[in-house]
Write a protein that binds this ligand. Structure first.
Ligand code: PAF
Length: 285
């Protein structure tokens, strides 16, 4: 039976007791609306740890004023069933007031990385993410933290935060889980109309096409962003490409020449829905 914990102090004490018994804790933080992407993280955590903790907390701090905090999908009963099926030991479900009590004014920010790519279009978003993840890590005290590569920038920022703050936690990056037509799984895919859902396949098709051209050395690095944007723009339902290009996989800055590991990354709007995706392209050089 999965234990549900709502109170931060009880989560912290429970974790302390587990660690005192020399047991490892694998942690999967989420905002709920769980899909196969989340469940793949839970499954991996299950195979590598004695105790698996998941959290569900729709973190208001990481949503901008005009973003989808109110409409963000909330499917708690179904999420609980999925977590139980996957043999999660503990679900941490804190209230907003318990995470951000009156007068809360302490923020964690990873400068530089947080302003690039998505950060340029979502001011303050990553400070919201790093602040809540830092708090969750202090409460859950995991041995290993499981994050999806779908949110590649988030993963890099959290890695940097744990390194710079000397947090003794292994970050386990897990591959993106995709629908059969390549669309990366995301809780926000549920916003798409059937036509937009079909149009969204342009993202994976473009990333795959570019990845193939790069591996075959058929395109100079400098031409990658323009070709990505051209291929995506061929889909008439795409309203606005926020960014599409090739980036350094560590610093997330645009590349002019290929490196051994290259990051193709895209963010765009399809109607009201903002979608992101990425692909790492490894070269032999
Ligand atoms: O990726 C998410 O769902 C969120 O950004 C996270 C890591 C749970 C922090 O709120």
């Amino acid at each position: 039976m999965m234990e549900r914990i709502r109170i931060p102090r009880i989560m912290q004490e429970t974790s302390k007791r587990i660690l005192l018994k020399s047991k490892s804790i694998g942690f999967v933080p989420t905002m709920g609306a769980l899909h196969e992407g989340h469940m793949s993280l839970i499954k991996r955590a299950r195979t590598e740890n004695d105790v698996v903790v998941a959290s569900i907390f729709v973190n208001p701090l990481q949503f901008g004023a005009n973003e989808d905090l109110q409409s963000y999908p909330r499917t708690l009963e179904r999420d609980i069933e999925k977590l139980e099926e996957a043999q999660t030991d503990i679900l941490f479900l804190p209230e907003e007031q318990a995470i951000y009590p009156e007068g809360f004014c302490t923020y964690v920010s990873v400068e530089g990385l947080s302003e690039r790519l998505c950060g340029a279009f979502r001011k303050g978003h990553f400070t919201g993410v790093t602040t809540v993840v830092c708090k969750l890590l202090n409460l859950v005290k995991p041995t290993r933290l499981y994050l999806g590569q779908k949110d590649y920038q988030q993963m890099q920022i959290i890695k940097k935060m744990t390194e710079h703050l000397n947090m003794d936690i292994d970050i386990v990056g897990c591959r993106t889980i995709r629908e059969s037509d390549g669309l990366a799984m995301s809780s926000r895919n549920s916003y798409l109309t059937p036509k937009e859902r079909q149009a969204a396949t342009v993202i994976y098709r473009t990333l795959s096409a570019l990845s193939e051209l790069i591996v075959k050395e058929a395109i100079p690095c400098i031409e990658v962003p323009a070709l990505m944007q051209k291929l995506i723009s061929e889909e008439p339902l795409v309203d606005h490409i926020q960014y599409a290009g090739i980036y350094d996989a560590e610093s997330l800055t645009p590349l002019k020449e290929y490196k051994k590991i290259n990051l193709l990354a895209v963010a765009l709007k399809l109607g009201q829905t903002r979608l992101i995706d990425n692909m790492l392209v490894e070269l032999k050089c």
